[in-house]
Design a protein around this ligand. Structure first.
Ligand code: ZN
Length: 155
């Protein structure tokens, strides 16, 4: 299989991305969920079904099914790791931080709070791939909106 999705991101980062792509975390439909969203990225053909179990403003469980390029799928896997057992508000802050990183913000790229997702910092140099990396986070924000757990401050 030709992988055209990890251009010149650096070997170490590429390893982390491929590792998540090959062994996605939290893949599958959780036993219980309170919200489910489906999103796709037509420019690349990436797709995700994201399931969240939200209770008392906390992401108690998260799972996904998806297909597409390694950047999109690795990004979703990294995101689910970050979201599990976190307050929704914290998850939204991470989403914002991740978007800053995708806009090339160097501080965001050094933020340890993003854990493995920092491996995707180099994607910011490839505008067409940014959408791939953001797919999962966009799905999360939509899920929060649909779950009615979001902050009104941003709107
Ligand atoms: Zn993609």
């Amino acid at each position: 299989m030709i992988d055209r999705s990890t251009p010149a991101l650096g070997d170490l980062f590429q390893d982390i991305i491929l590792e998540h792509y090959k062994r996605p975390r939290n893949q599958g439909v959780p036993e219980k969920s309170t919200v489910h969203v489906h999103m796709n990225n037509p420019t690349c053909g990436d797709e995700v079904h994201l399931y969240l179990l939200v209770a008392d403003g906390v992401v108690r469980d998260v799972g996904f099914e998806g297909e597409g390029c390694s950047i999109s799928q690795a990004s979703i896997s990294m995101m689910t790791q970050l979201l599990k057992d976190q307050p929704v508000e914290q998850g939204l802050e991470l989403a914002e931080r991740f978007k800053e990183m995708m806009r090339g913000d160097a501080d965001a790229a050094r933020d340890k709070g993003l854990r493995d997702a920092r491996a995707l910092a180099g994607v910011s140099r490839f505008p067409t791939r940014v959408k791939c990396a953001l797919l999962g986070w966009d799905a999360f924000e939509k899920a929060v909106e649909e779950a009615g757990q979001g902050s009104d401050a941003e709107r």
